[in-house]
Ligand binder design. Structure first.
Ligand code: TXA
Ligand code: MG
Length: 334
């Protein structure tokens, strides 16, 4: 596996060309997007896409997001393009919004896990954009981590999770948004939010009116509208427990006791008792918090924590994406 460092704002065209060559040959390239690192393959090459599933250990029922250079390119893969898609694309693309629309047959079944739809996104990160423009073909890219683990926000996170399972990493530093894109389905009668992100439900409603929330989540391997709804997802190796700020002292007493047996980590807004492995001073701005969350989880995992206590975040709508990721990371152990 190769790592090529690139300037995140003006990536070297030689590195980009090298990455395109790997993709064209059916290989796997991890690259930075504004949300998290993606694990890219030529989206119209079913064999290359199969390698993504293999490298990630991803179940075949979990479809991939296809990345494109422009809205025009996105429309080429859709069998229907509702007016809402145009309005949302105009407002939020390039950016951290994924739209699920009915697909054309050129999209391999494997990309969509057999669903009649495809998830499309035009990313904003200059490295992702340069790669898509130079490639001239769509790039399927889930987050560049082993299935169910925490998504990577640095090239080092990718290397630790996937290492020799992939061909190349374009290292463009850390991802500024920090959690995965908002996923919205436009394939049914009513637009439906499948995965919250930093583009909020309210911002989307301002553009297209009413948006539904998904019905109750399916469990086990039952077919599901969105794999982001898997029970265990975005999870660190450590057991994650959420605590309410008003109960912090009780939890810290428990954490200190456990810490005698194994390293216990804490993610909190305020300082915590000495002796625990901690990431404190988390930002009280939701966007800044999102940008740091995965790095905090990776850091505590890397420091050998067996348990992580994370302070619950505020209830406001702008925290929906972060709340969702924390809840899923914790659910794994409920
Ligand atoms: O920010 C992101 O979205 C990152 C970067 C790399 O773009 N990608 C990402 O991909 O998070 P992944 O594979 O880790 O998550 C895939 C998400 C699922 O949670 C699901 O909501 C959605 O994409 N998805 C993909 N295809 C779908 C489809 N046909 N129908 C419904 N949801 C789909
Ligand atoms: Mg993922």
């Amino acid at each position: 596996m190769n790592v090529l460092r690139v300037d995140p704002t003006r990536p070297d065209p030689k590195a980009v060309t090298a990455a395109v060559e790997v993709l064209r040959g059916g290989g796997l390239v991890a690259f930075p997007t504004e949300t998290v690192y993606g694990l890219g393959a030529h989206a119209l090459d079913a064999d290359a896409v199969a390698r993504i599933y293999q490298a990630k250990g991803r179940p075949a029922y979990n479809p991939l997001i296809v990345h494109l250079a422009s809205t025009r390119d996105a429309r080429r893969l859709a069998s229907a393009w509702p007016a809402a898609a145009d309005r949302l694309a105009e407002r939020f693309w390039p950016g951290p919004l994924t739209l699920v629309v009915p697909r054309l047959r050129v999209v391999p079944d494997l990309v969509s896990a057999g669903l009649p739809t495809v998830a499309l996104r035009v990313p904003a990160h200059p490295v992702a954009r340069a790669l898509l423009e130079a490639a001239g073909f769509p790039i399927a890219a889930p987050s560049a981590n082993r299935s169910t683990q925490v998504s990577p926000t640095t090239a080092e996170h990718v290397r630790r999770s996937l290492g020799d399972r992939i061909d190349l990493i374009l290292d463009g530093g850390h991802c500024p948004v920090g959690i995965e894109s908002t996923v919205l389905s436009l394939a049914g009668d009513v637009p439906t939010l499948l995965r919250p992100g930093t583009i909020s439900l309210e911002e989307i409603r301002e553009v297209i009116g009413d948006v539904a929330l998904p019905a109750d989540e399916p469990s086990g391997t039952a077919s599901r509208p969105s794999p982001g709804m898997m029970d265990r997802h975005y999870a660190p190796r450590a057991e994650l427990r959420l605590f309410a700020p008003e109960e912090r002292n009780n939890w810290f007493a428990r954490a200190r006791e456990e810490n005698e047996g194994w390293p216990v980590g804490v993610i909190a807004f305020e300082p915590v008792p000495a002796g625990l492995v901690s990431v404190v001073g988390m930002p009280d701005d939701a966007r800044e918090y999102a940008a740091r969350l995965y790095a905090a989880l990776h850091e505590l995992d890397g420091r050998g924590c067996r348990v992580i206590y994370a302070e619950a975040v505020p209830k406001g709508v702008e925290w929906a994406g972060v709340r969702d990721r924390l809840r899923r990371a914790a659910t794994a152990f409920d």
